[in-house]
Design a protein around this ligand. Structure first.
Ligand code: FE
Ligand code: CA
Length: 528
């Protein structure tokens, strides 16, 4: 494992203060009440027990607000064996500074890593300045973590001239190298949106590039923790987490392929819900999320809003947990009327109401949704008639109609939808009536390709040509790996589709293959 660790200088944690064991214990005692230093679980004994470098999964930050970010790490000397710690509780101190050398520390504190959350640490650092870069790091025992860089959001209502962000999704470890992240870390981003499929739950196929651990379909909390340990100790991914804050939403593979709602069509609903609960637990443990997202049994609160001044509001959706079961048993090859059934839902009542109100009340120039599955209608001709994907918004057409009705009724400005899941790059115009391409455009969907899922892509796609000819509102389609970066100003959104030609070998070069622009007040995108 040592060769995978970054070459960070191991500095004492608290600036010029000498960090001897006694002062460390006193600091810990100040913030951790009710724990006896003399008892059998004293910090003295625990930190003595930490013999190996515990920050094997690096550091991360997320959830940028104007005055607050979450900083994350997990103590795991043996990440591929479930972590390597047992029932210890271990104090972890943290500090956040204005400079990389930690000369100007603005806050510090201590939290306790507990077995309940696999010794992960989620600090919600408050009282920060808006639109400000910060550096952060952790210490446990005698070990200091890598340094992460993060940034707070601009103040509410602030005029923001420009914002830079990117979308990424679908990083099947077994399918390819994370070369895309080696390029992504060079971008100067305010935030990265990860739109789902952070892990994949299956074992690995015989020809897998990198074998999954454990090499079987994961179902227990122990399994999921090992799988996250494997993904999160990947150096390119760690570097991307350390480079900027992430805003994350899960899709299906964080739990199980194509799951939706309380589990049907699975045979054993109870077993599925048990599995969903441990999958949510492991997701929270490994993501820089706020405490509001701590799972409560089978439930997790993950839909939420982020504001970047007056420039943009991002509504992050949960299109899995509250959806109705598949229409027509998920069979895309039939003429399925049930997909229009208004009693079927993609978001559930509460989230749908929340989203409608959020959009109606927005004062932002741009209203952006970050979500999991394709929103634009995409028909494929099968034996002369159109078929639609039941796992996507096409399978929940009534929810989509209600969303577009709200956009129209409330005159929602500049609707942009950011989507993951498909392992392909797309630009799709979202027409109010998907079957009438003369109807006005409600917004534009940018669907980003995978980091590694589906392995080496292809530049030339016969499927793409067919889809674009059958669906003229698809403006762009590409099957290579990579990510999409965006530069947003009050006047325009400029997207850049950045791809790499292969992921089954390392070191692929990055290429920008298309730029699409959306102009403020003018629905629809154009190639620039
Ligand atoms: Fe995926
Ligand atoms: Ca997916």
């Amino acid at each position: 494992m040592d060769s995978k660790l970054p070459n960070e200088e191991q500095q004492p944690l608290i600036g010029s203060e000498k960090m001897d064991r006694r002062s460390f214990l006193q600091k810990s005692a100040l913030t951790l009440t009710g724990v006896s230093l003399l008892g059998p679980f004293s910090f003295f004994d625990q930190t003595e027990g930490l013999q190996e470098y515990p920050f094997t999964m690096g550091v991360a930050s997320g959830e940028p607000w104007p005055d607050s970010v979450v900083i994350w790490t997990r103590l795991a000397p043996k990440p591929l064996e479930g972590g390597g710690l047992t029932d210890e509780t271990i104090p972890v101190s943290w500090e956040i500074a204005l400079d990389q050398g930690f000369q100007t520390i603005v806050q510090k504190g201590t939290e306790t890593a507990t077995p309940t959350f696999a010794h992960s640490i989620h600090v919600e650092v408050d009282g920060l300045e808006p639109a400000q870069h910060y550096y952060y790091r952790f210490k446990a025992g005698n070990f200091v973590s890598q340094t992460g860089k993060t940034k707070t959001a601009p103040n509410y209502g602030a005029d923001v001239a420009e914002m830079n962000f990117a979308i990424a999704s679908c990083q099947n470890y077994a399918a390819g190298f994370y070369t895309a992240y080696d390029h992504l870390v060079k971008e100067d981003l305010d935030v990265l949106f990860f739109l789902g499929d952070y892990i994949y739950e299956k074992g690995s196929s015989a020809d897998a590039l990198r074998k999954h651990l454990p090499d079987k379909e994961i179902t227990t909390l122990e399994d999921y923790r090992i799988r996250y340990g494997q993904y999160k100790s990947e150096p390119s991914l760690m570097a991307a987490h350390a480079a900027f804050p992430w805003i994350v939403v899960p899709d299906d593979h964080e739990v199980k392929n194509n799951w939706g709602g309380d589990g049907p069509p699975y045979d054993d609903n109870e077993a599925f819900l048990r599995r969903r609960a441990v999958a949510f637990q492991a997701y929270y443990e490994h993501m820089p999320l706020r405490k509001t997202s701590i799972p409560k049994g089978i439930s997790m609160d993950i839909y939420r809003k982020f504001s970047f001044g007056k420039l943009a509001e991002f509504s992050m959706l949960d299109t899995r947990q509250f959806r109705t079961d598949f229409a027509c048993s998920g069979n895309a090859e039939v003429d399925c009327a049930a997909r229009f059934d208004p009693s079927r839902t993609m978001l559930g009542d509460n989230q749908e109401k929340w989203l409608a109100e959020t959009l109606a009340n927005s004062q932002s120039h741009w209203n952006i949704l970050g979500q999991q599955v394709g929103m634009a209608q995409v028909g494929r001709k099968v034996n002369g008639s159109m078929s639609y994907g039941m796992d996507k918004w096409d399978g929940y057409a009534a929810t989509r109609s209600r969303l577009f009705d709200n956009v129209q009724k409330n005159n929602v400005k500049n609707l942009i939808v950011l989507t993951g899941d498909s392992h392909k790059n797309w630009v799709n115009e979202l027409h109010f009536d998907p079957d009438d391409l003369e109807s006005p455009i409600a917004g534009t969907e940018f669907m980003g390709t995978s980091i590694s899922s589906a392995g080496d892509g292809r530049e030339d796609s016969p499927v793409g040509k067919e889809l674009m000819s059958d669906n003229p509102h698809i403006k762009f389609y590409n099957e290579q790996r990579g990510y999409v970066s965006f530069r947003l100003s009050p006047q325009e959104l400029l997207s850049e589709f950045k791809v790499i030609p292969f992921v089954t070998k390392p070191d692929a070069a990055l290429q920008t293959i298309a730029r699409f622009q959306v102009t403020n007040g003018i629905p629809g995108s154009k190639l620039v």
